[in-house]
Design a protein around this ligand. Structure first.
Ligand code: TYD
Ligand code: MG
Length: 453
């Protein structure tokens, strides 16, 4: 028997090495490299079964490539389609990642029951029994007569059966329980996950079957996380949200067919996942009394604005080393902005504990939250509530200048649509024409902004 080929692969970044090392040379993570057995050349059995990937390759010019694009499939959820860049591309491989209990199986079951009405669809479940899936579908009142189900964990068997059924779309739930006969290690190991995903991706391309794979993300990293998988799939999306919160966000991380960083928002209800059409409304708190330290910002998510409330609490610290806690925001950014506030706003918070929180569990990565954050800090520090109908956005530079952010006008219009009537925005984002029902204050420096309070 030929000697099995092995490689050493980092489970975090997926880099290959010829020998084992304690630290990954690419991403510098420790103890993430493990031995991976590569699949042998297609066995005689798989050739006989008809799937060997034996398509004769041809060299051609770029101009002669067939451009007739197949129409994308709609998943039945506008939010899901948008995150994928306008629907599922035929013959593509997509990875849906997320913590256990995020709702991946629920989302895909709902999607597949909908899609089965228009095209051949197979749902392969390796984690739950067919009865469990059927019970869930019944509880969610989903149409169950068209969707084909398969309970199987061997990738080669799945592909052989799929070839007979010729579906247009197939779900594999989950990639961590899949295994290939040629590989010795246990299901869930880096080698099995990597090779299974690569095999399924090749299969999707060759037979024009769109495959959606579920991938679990684990904290301890003992399973192969989707980081390794991201290299081989076309799209990778992450369903995020703790089991105790009602809302789930779906975010694109890699997309060969469209933009990434689109955000889709769902609510987990008794009847499964429902898409949220007006996400701004849910992230604005409905507190009766407007409190100090609470300011609404307008962030930009993918192709649309989102209104989110930011809360800050600044309080006398009993500790020698006051705490700085940021939930949903970058901690370093908070420290930097506190320094800017001291230097250019003349407010010293060195003896204060500072807590900031983005309401609704949204993660803000944008710099447009800078000015909002400073306003909420000052509001809490002075214990003075800001007007309820005001929104604030803008990037703050290290010399205290307020810099413009992209899509300023759309942000202001979105706020006006939700009944806000005042806005503090960067001078560079001031609207050319007045916006009805909206009083806009354009500021150039932090000092100007603080004066407005
Ligand atoms: P599931 O899709 O099984 O998660 P995953 O496949 O990502 O591990 O979803 C499980 C969670 O969703 C579970 O904690 C209960 C919740 N849930 C509801 O709240 N309502 C529902 O209608 C369904 C089906 C699930
Ligand atoms: Mg599941």
């Amino acid at each position: 028997m030929a000697k099995a080929k092995t490689a050493y692969v980092c489970s975090d970044c997926g880099a290959d090495f010829p020998r084992w090392m304690g630290q990954c040379g690419e991403c510098h993570a420790w103890n993430t490299i493990s031995e991976v057995r590569l699949a042998a050349a297609p066995s005689a059995r798989s050739v006989r079964d008809g799937y060997a990937g034996a398509v004769a390759a041809q060299v051609q010019t770029l101009a002669s490539v067939d451009l007739s694009e197949l129409p994308r499939f709609s998943s039945g959820f506008a939010e899901f389609d948008r995150v994928l860049g306008g629907g599922i591309v035929p013959g593509s491989a997509t990875l849906i990642g997320g913590n256990p209990g995020a709702g991946k199986s629920t989302l895909l079951l709902q999607t597949m029951c909908h899609m089965a009405n228009h095209m051949g669809a197979i749902y392969v479940t390796g984690e739950e029994s067919l009865q469990q899936v059927a019970m869930r579908a019944k509880r969610l009142y989903l149409p169950t007569d068209k969707l084909k189900m398969l309970s199987e964990t061997n990738v080669e068997t799945i592909c052989t059966l799929a070839l007979k059924e010729q579906p247009k779309i197939m779900v594999v739930d989950s990639i961590q329980v899949m295994h290939m006969a040629d590989i010795q290690s246990a299901p869930g190991s880096v080698s099995q996950v990597r090779e299974s995903a690569a095999y399924l991706t090749r299969f999707a391309k060759q037979h024009q079957i769109a495959i959606l794979m579920v991938g679990h993300v684990t904290k301890d990293g003992s399973l192969a996380g989707p980081k390794v998988l991201e290299h081989c799939v076309d799209c990778s999306v992450l369903l995020d949200g703790s089991a105790d919160s009602r809302y789930r966000t779906l975010r694109g991380h890699k997309n060969r067919f469209g933009a990434v960083n689109e955000l889709g928002i769902f609510a987990m209800t008794g009847q499964g996942l429902k898409e949220v059409n007006n996400p701004s409304a849910i992230f604005l708190s409905r507190a009766e009394e407007h409190a100090a330290g609470s300011v609404v910002m307008v962030i930009w998510e993918g192709t649309r604005p989102l209104l989110v409330e930011l809360q800050a609490l600044v309080d006398q610290s009993p500790l020698g080393n006051p705490r700085r806690v940021a939930v949903g925001l970058d901690q370093n950014r908070l420290n930097m902005l506190l320094a800017v506030l001291h230097r250019h706003g003349g407010l010293q918070m060195a003896d204060q504990d500072v807590f900031v929180n983005v309401v609704g569990g949204v993660k803000v990565t944008e710099t447009s939250a800078d000015l909002t954050l400073l306003m909420s800090l000052v509001s809490s520090f002075k214990n003075r509530a800001l007007p309820e109908d005001m929104v604030v956005f803008g990037e703050v530079g290290l010399s205290g200048e307020i810099r413009p952010v992209p899509n300023g006008l759309e942000r202001i219009s979105e706020a006006a649509k939700h009944g806000f009537s005042r806005a503090i925005v960067p001078y560079g984002n001031r609207p050319k024409q007045p916006i009805e029902g909206m009083k806009v204050d354009a500021v150039k420096t932090l000092a100007e902004a603080l004066e407005l309070l």
